[in-house]
Design a binder for this molecule. Structure first.
Ligand code: FAD
Length: 382
């Protein structure tokens, strides 16, 4: 069955993305995994390809597309197929730039967006703290007014792209409101600000080419005109972008399940056991047929929700359902596919092994799947 979601212009973009990944990413990816990050100047190449500016108005150097989700999806799908997880690109393009676009003043957009679109200035978003992740409203990082400026103190952790970042949108408590959600604001910290420092590039079980940082704020003086949006409104801003973020994670998971099935089909046809290809065992056929059924169901769901999102109609509980459904099907499919590789599936040099560790995070970040179930349960009146 062909995928009717995409039009000719999306397919044209797909072929440039595919060529770009083959040329500029795949040959270097193992080296970046060993280094724990991609080189900063790689981002300028992604910028040149147009990935960062898809939805940014032409006045700030972007492509000015009203609907860019399907183009971003093409990027997600192609990275999944090539087996290259580039979390820093995703955070910058799908989280940080949209926050600035949606909540920045004209002056802030002119100041930051042209370099961000070009990939010269990279952004990260810092919400999670060592003591609080799911319960965002419980954050302790705080800022107090000092004249025109804010003075920021605290610590964040698990920040995607935090090592390479030139600019970090920090969620911080700026007042002690009774309602914990009301006293939070977004402050943009630029990496040259005094008192800002980075801790370790955290070692992870997967997605090793993506840098993940601890960030520290020790009396960082943030100018008043680096407040993003209205004071006290951060919780609402953070919620705005979650639908797209969760649907993006769901799509990445779906593509990775599809890729796992494809490469396992090749493997079981080739590998011989007891004198016959593994593909000949009835167990193999049934296992892979079961994967195929799950993948078809996931694809039907995600395609429908992508159309709804492009039309601005996808609800938060629907995005949560997509995230839970696709990330859990990804886990089941990859696990079954790895089993069919036997011992080779456990060897790091086999792609299925890397897919197993790379994919584990998808049930955790973007809000854990338990938190998604809380949202879904509320939507059915529980
Ligand atoms: C690789 C990676 C990249 C990340 N990138 C970023 C980033 O760029 N920026 C950022 O701000 N954060 C980032 N995060 C943080 C991520 O969003 C959090 O790890 C996640 O939201 C979970 O928070 P936590 O780790 O504190 O877990 P906790 O909140 O401590 O959760 C522990 C367990 O309790 C469960 N739980 C929590 N609440 C409930 C509930 N109400 N009902 C039932 N069970 C519940 C959870 O599901 C989980 O199983 C990243 C994390 C990782 C690992």
């Amino acid at each position: 069955m062909t995928n009717s979601l995409y039009h000719a212009e999306h397919e044209e973009f797909r072929s440039s993305v595919r060529g770009f990944l083959d040329r500029e990413v795949v040959p270097y990816f193992a080296e970046w995994e060993r280094a724990g990050k991609v080189p900063h100047d790689f981002y300028a190449k992604v910028g040149e390809l147009g990935v960062f500016g898809l939805r940014v108005p032409a006045g700030y150097g972007g492509g000015g597309l009203a609907n860019s989700f399907l183009y971003q999806s093409v990027w997600t799908e192609e990275c999944g197929r090539a087996g290259v997880a580039l979390g820093g690109v995703g955070a910058h393009a799908n989280l940080v730039i949209p926050y600035i676009l949606a909540n920045g003043t004209d002056e802030q957009k002119s100041r930051w967006l042209p370099d961000m679109v070009a990939g010269r200035c990279m952004g990260a978003i810092a919400m999670t703290e060592p003591g609080t992740g799911s319960d965002l409203a419980g954050m302790c990082t705080g800022a107090v007014r000092d004249g025109e400026d804010w003075v920021l103190n605290g610590q964040k952790t698990f920040i995607t792209g935090g090592i390479n970042a030139d600019l970090v949108i920090v969620a911080a408590r700026t007042s002690t409101e009774q309602d914990r959600r009301k006293g939070l604001s977004l402050l943009v910290v630029e990496s040259h600000f005094g008192g800002f420092s980075r801790g370790r590039n955290l070692e992870k079980m997967g997605q090793k080419a993506t840098d993940t940082a601890e960030l520290f704020f020790d009396n960082v003086r943030v100018p008043g005109d680096n407040l993003l949006g209205e004071e006290g409104n951060a919780f609402a801003y953070l919620a705005q972008n979650l639908v797209g973020e969760r649907l993006g994670i769901a799509l990445g998971a779906q593509v990775s399940a599809e890729t796992a099935l494809r490469l396992t089909l090749d493997y079981v046809r080739e590998r011989k056991v007891f004198g016959q290809p593994v593909a000949q065992f009835q167990n193999t056929k049934f296992e892979l047929a079961s994967c195929r059924i799950e993948i078809a169901a996931g694809r039907a769901l995600i395609d429908r929700y992508m159309v709804a999102h492009e039309a601005g109609e996808l609800t938060a509980p629907e995005a949560s359902m997509a995230k839970v459904y696709c990330t859990e099907l990804q886990a089941r499919v990859i696990d079954r596919c790895l089993q069919l590789h036997g011992g080779y599936g456990f060897m790091s040099e086999y792609r299925i092994s890397k897919m197993y560790t790379d994919s584990r995070i998808s049930r955790i970040y973007g809000g854990t799947n338990e938190v998604q179930r809380v949202i879904i349960a509320k939507s059915i009146g529980l």
